[in-house]
Design a protein around this ligand. Structure first.
Ligand code: ZN
Length: 88
């Protein structure tokens, strides 16, 4: 019984981490949480995945060069174009 609880906790952490990273990238949270729980290598995979769309608080697309940047930056790290003021 205790073994199952320990196993559950060990799998919960990568699941939360994978789910959070997936949410920031506009991806399927449940799918990535499951994959990360079963195969923690998927945390690395989703970490390096590009976002599929603008995600408030996560990433947004540069209006000039269409590359994704972290939400908080004020200038694009690829073409240095200035971002419009965040609607948040
Ligand atoms: Zn840019």
């Amino acid at each position: 019984m205790t073994g199952y609880i320990v196993l559950g906790l060990v799998m919960l952490l990568p699941a939360i981490l994978g789910g959070k990273l997936a949410r920031n990238r506009g991806r399927n949270i449940v799918l990535w949480a499951l994959l990360s729980a079963l195969f923690p290598i998927f945390i690395m995979v989703i970490y390096f995945e590009k976002p599929v769309r603008d995600v408030p608080g996560g990433f947004r697309r540069c209006p000039s060069c269409r590359e994704f940047n972290p939400w908080k930056v004020t200038h694009c790290k690829y073409c240095t174009a200035e971002f419009p003021v965040s609607p948040l």
